[in-house]
Design a protein around this ligand. Structure first.
Ligand code: NAD
Length: 266
């Protein structure tokens, strides 16, 4: 087995559960040490204690909206693990409401978490990545909602579109220093967040509209992130990979035409 001190280090924000936890597990399975940052201390502690090989796992309670907490967390990573090779900006929150009902505080909170958090964490982690011979890789977890507008997503969709713009800005500048920055744009994935904002009717609409006729899994998101962080993607920089069962390619489409295209309708 490889010496733990030689293992690369991946930082995953929002790593206590859901997509972030699956990403953390991917990195563990692929020979990394991992740092899970999360605002939810209770879930983080439970998750940290359940993961095998505690020597390779560093859970840190951190609010990615707060510059001082982010700096302190990354300093702790530098002290404990000494390096950072990959960063996944996955922490996110969603508010799905009509424009007239979204308060300014709700709007600011979504932007602060989904956008400011990725700015702050990347800035802090890039300081350590620059010291690596092989640079580093950042993946921002955006959303299909950042690729096109849809109803009730004034805050969430705007934050994810901005995150995609941030990804390209970061890729252009940090690429010069050997740090690649890409994004994934997940379609709907079965997590606590989805349970919160997807009613039974919405769920059935998604099944209908997505060419693969289902939600994605957290593991499928992790595989895409893992690819983007791996040497297999060493020349991929500034890209957005939709991991969405074909949802972006199809658009929402016309229900009547979709029904006509079903094999049993022909
Ligand atoms: P989730 O709610 O299950 O997990 C999000 C995690 O982020 C939680 O552990 C939460 O505590 C943490 N978090 C929230 N605010 C934070 C903060 N300020 N600082 C640190 N941690 C914070 O959600 P998920 O479905 O796993 O989503 C993960 C990412 O994937 C999000 O960015 C989300 O927007 C994106 N996404 C999810 C879906 C989906 O359908 N689930 C679709 C597209 C994109």
């Amino acid at each position: 087995m490889a010496n733990i001190l030689d293992m690369p280090v991946a930082v995953v924000t929002g790593g206590a559960r859901g997509i972030g936890l699956a990403i953390g597990r991917w990195f563990l399975a692929h020979g990394h040490r991992i740092v899970l940052l999360d605002i939810d201390a209770q879930t983080l502690a439970k998750t940290g204690s359940e993961l095998v090989d505690p020597q390779r796992v560093l859970p840190i309670v951190c609010d990615v909206r707060d510059p001082a907490q982010v700096d302190a967390a990354i300093e702790q990573v530098a002290d404990v693990f000494g390096r950072i090779d990959a960063l996944v900006n996955n922490a996110g929150v969603a508010v799905f409401k009509p424009i007239a009902e979204v308060s300014y505080d709700e709007f600011r909170n979504v932007m602060a978490t989904n956008l400011d958090g990725a700015f702050l964490c990347t800035q802090a982690c890039a300081k350590l990545m620059r010291r690596n011979e092989n640079g580093g890789s950042v993946v921002n977890v955006a959303s299909i909602s950042g690729l096109r507008a849809s109803t009730l997503r004034i805050a969430y969709g705007t934050s994810k579109a901005a995150l995609i713009a941030l990804t390209k800005q970061q890729a252009v500048e940090l690429g010069n220093e050997g740090i690649r920055v890409n994004a994934i744009a997940p379609g709907p994935v079965e997590t606590e967040m989805a349970k919160l904002v997807h009613s039974v009717a919405i769920r059935s609409d998604y099944y209908d509209a997505i060419p693969l006729n289902r939600y994605g899994t957290t593991e499928e998101m992790a595989e895409a992130v893992g690819f983007l962080c791996s040497p297999a993607a060493s020349f991929v920089n500034g890209q957005v990979l939709a991991v969405d069962g074909g949802f972006d390619a199809a658009g929402v489409g016309l229900p009547t035409l979709r029904r006509q295209a079903q094999p049993d309708q022909q």
